[in-house]
Design a protein around this ligand. Structure first.
Ligand code: ATP
Length: 313
């Protein structure tokens, strides 16, 4: 591999959890109406980008690297190719991705990596795209990608709609994350959601009122323990139909004394809210005893999005 002595950049990007997800019926454009709260949390993938005349190439190591594509299907390469076409350069780069975010876990790992690639390539190619221009490009890669550009907390309104940034007052949310052995495919979860909707005929009106509730909640400006009743994910029910162990997984948090238990994204990670760092340690030890989980970890939020760790010229 011919690597030229041009700058190298290393970035870190956080995972996300979703303190609330409201899902409406399927729209005519094939996407669901959806309102979801994002919170970036302190669990990070690291991406190092260097020049490579044979690029784009990628090497993936770390957590679940065997479940992640090591070729142009990786969202890192997709993001680099997209930015290269947009600014008119050749994507002659090599990416070294070190994963700590579990895959197919509802923690947005692939989307996070794509955001890191956009920001890193923008710097290396001196393209000078603004954060908002990068977010517009990011929306073409995937619905969650724009959030990771700046991170912290935001409300997403679904397909290609701009994010609503949430002001935060410095409250720390401390989470214990339990990752079940089996992941869930986002597509399968939404299909199951549609079949439940057909059976229960929950309509647009009900969704709109639940969505308003989400928009009116003081997500960033209130201590998390006052928002416990708001921590709900409409995708939990369909996910439990597909993965019955999820009920046991969520129950493990409640029995261990978590303030709240909810599934993140389209699963299958369960997020358990703790009162303090000390409480999180105790919760983690308790939850780890449950065989339903392959990984149990602690993280806190909100944290900022993609961050440059090092540039070497
Ligand atoms: P979401 O909640 O956005 O559906 P997730 O956290 O459940 O995401 P990811 O880890 O992002 O799941 O993986 C989703 C899919 O994306 C997997 O099929 C995975 O193979 C693919 N993928 C592509 N690039 C990456 C990447 N860099 N890291 C992880 N997964 C990736």
């Amino acid at each position: 591999m011919a690597v030229s002595p041009l700058p190298t950049i290393t970035l870190q990007v956080p995972a996300k959890i979703n303190p609330q997800i409201r899902v409406g019926p399927l729209q005519q454009d094939g996407y669901h109406d959806i309102t979801l709260v994002y919170q970036a949390i302190s669990l990070y993938d690291t991406l190092t980008i260097s020049h490579n005349l044979d690029g784009p190439t990628i090497q993936v190591t770390g957590m679940d690297s065997d479940r992640v594509p090591h070729d142009e299907r990786n969202l890192v390469i997709k993001a680099a190719n997209m930015l290269a076409a947009h600014v008119g350069v050749e994507p002659q780069l090599h990416f070294e991705l070190v994963k700590c975010i579990p895959s197919e876990a509802g923690l947005g790992g692939g989307s996070a990596d794509a955001a890191a690639a956009l920001i890193g390539c923008n710097i290396l190619w001196k393209s000078n795209l603004t954060s908002s221009e990068l977010m517009d490009l990011a929306a073409h890669i995937g619905e969650d990608v724009p959030f990771f550009i700046e991170g912290i907390m935001a409300i997403g309104l679904g397909h290609k709609k701009p994010l609503i940034k949430l002001e935060t007052a410095g409250y720390k949310w401390i989470w214990v994350l339990g990752v079940p052995h089996q992941g869930l495919s986002t597509k399968a979860v939404f299909q199951e959601y549609d079949s439940i909707l057909e059976r229960t005929s929950t309509g647009e009106e009900e969704y709109l009122s639940r969505r308003q509730g989400c928009l009116d909640t003081p997500w960033g400006s209130c201590p998390p323990e006052e928002l416990i009743d708001d921590l709900e994910n409409d995708l939990e029910l369909p996910s439990m139909q597909l993965l019955p162990d999820l009920r046991i997984a969520l129950g493990a948090g409640s029995s261990a004394g978590a303030l709240a238990s909810l599934m993140s994204g389209s699963g299958s990670t369960c997020a358990f809210l703790a009162e303090s760092e000390e409480h999180a340690k105790i919760l983690k030890e308790e939850i780890q005893k449950n065989e339903v989980f392959r990984e149990v970890m602690t993280a806190s939020g909100p944290v900022r999005g993609v961050k440059v760790l090092e540039t070497v010229s």
